[in-house]
Design a protein around this ligand. Structure first.
Ligand code: NAD
Length: 260
C-alpha cells in the first residue's frame, strides 16, 4: 500500500496541489507541501492535514523559479522523511493577454514555473527512485497540453512542453518501476481561474458572468467545473500498483472538452 510513502507536491498551499496533498495524506502518505502564502495560514493548513490523517506533513517554501531551491527541497524531503517515492509537479501560474501585448516577463515566469520547474524537480528525484526501484512522477498539465485557447500563448506552450517532458522521461525510466504521467484537468474553480476571469473578460470584451458561462464552462460539455477531489483521487490511483502500467500518458479530466 501507500502508507508510509513520501511525496513532494509543488504548489500545494492552494487549489489542485492542496487537493492532491490531502488525498495523499488520506492514503497514508507523508507529504512535503510547497507554495507561497501567508505563513500562519500555511501552518494551519499543514496542521489540519496532519491532524485529520495522522501522517507527517511539512512545508518547504522553495520558489519554483529557482533551481537550487528546488534541489534543496528534494534533499530536505529525503532527509526528513527518509525517502521520496512520489513527485507531483503542480505549481503553476497563468496570464491571459493577446500575443502582441503579452508581457515578456510573464512569458519567462510561466515557462519557469509551469515547465522548467518540472524538469529541475524530476532531474533531482530520478536517481533516488531508480535506486529503490519504484517511483511515481505526476505532472499536473492541463487540457491546454492537448488543445489551445487564444490569449494563453505562454501557458499553452508550457503545458504542451510538460507533456513532451512527461513522455520523454517515462521512456527513460520505464524499466525501473517508475511511471511518469500528465494529468490534464479542465477548468477547476481555484484562485488561478478566479484571477483570470477579469483578464479574459478584458481580452474578449465580455462580462465576467459571460466568461464563466460562454468561455470556461462552454469548453466543457459537462458544464461543470472539475473538482480538486477528483484530481486527488486520480493522483492516488496512479500511485497504486493498479497504475503500474500507466506511463507516458496524458490523462484528460476535463468534462469532455478535448472530445469535441
Ligand atoms: P492555484 O493558484 O490555486 O495554486 C497554485 C499554487 O502554486 C499555489 O500553491 C502557489 O503558491 C504555487 N506557486 C505559484 N508560483 C510559485 C512559485 N514560483 N514557487 C512555488 N510555488 C508557486 O492554482 P491551481 O488552479 O490549483 O493550479 C495548479 C496547477 O494546475 C497549475 O499547474 C495549473 O496550471 C494547473 N491547472 C489548473 C487548472 C484550473 O482550472 N485551475 C486547469 C488545468 C491545469
Amino acid at each position: 500500500g501507500l502508507a508510509g510513502k513520501a511525496a513532494v507536491v509543488t504548489g500545494s498551499t492552494s487549489g489542485i496541489g492542496l487537493g492532491i496533498a490531502r488525498a495523499f495524506a488520506g492514503a497514508g502518505m507523508n507529504v512535503m507541501l510547497n507554495g507561497f502564502g501567508d505563513a500562519s495560514e500555511i501552518e494551519r493548513t499543514r496542521k489540519d492535514i496532519a491532524d485529520e490523517f495522522g501522517t507527517t506533513i511539512a512545508h518547504d517554501g522553495a520558489d519554483m523559479t529557482r533551481p537550487e531551491q528546488i534541489a534543496a527541497m528534494i534533499e530536505r524531503t529525503r532527509a526528513e522523511f527518509g525517502r521520496l517515492d512520489v513527485l507531483v509537479n503542480n505549481a503553476g501560474i497563468q496570464h491571459v493577454a493577446p500575443i502582441e501585448t503579452f508581457p515578456p516577463e510573464k512569458w519567462d515566469a510561466i515557462i519557469a514555473i509551469n515547465l522548467s520547474s518540472a524538469f529541475h524537480a524530476t532531474r533531482a528525484v530520478v536517481a533516488g527512485m531508480k535506486a529503490q526501484g519504484w517511483g511515481r512522477i505526476i505532472n499536473v498539465a492541463s487540457a491546454h497540453a492537448l488543445v489551445a485557447s487564444p490569449f494563453k500563448s505562454a501557458y499553452v506552450a508550457a503545458k504542451h512542453g510538460v507533456l513532451g517532458l512527461t513522455r520523454t522521461v517515462a521512456l527513460e525510466v520505464a524499466e525501473h518501476g517508475i511511471t511518469v504521467n500528465a494529468i490534464c484537468p479542465g477548468y477547476v474553480l481555484t484562485p488561478l481561474v478566479e484571477k483570470q476571469i477579469p483578464q479574459t473578460a478584458k481580452a474578449r470584451g465580455l462580462t465576467e458572468d459571460e466568461v464563466i458561462r460562454d468561455v470556461l464552462l462552454h469548453a466543457q460539455p459537462t458544464r461543470q467545473f472539475v473538482t480538486t477531489e477528483q484530481l486527488g483521487a486520480l493522483a492516488v490511483f496512479l500511485c497504486t500498483d493498479a497504475g503500474a502500467s500507466i506511463t507516458g500518458t496524458a490523462l484528460p479530466v476535463e468534462g469532455g472538452w478535448t472530445a469535441q
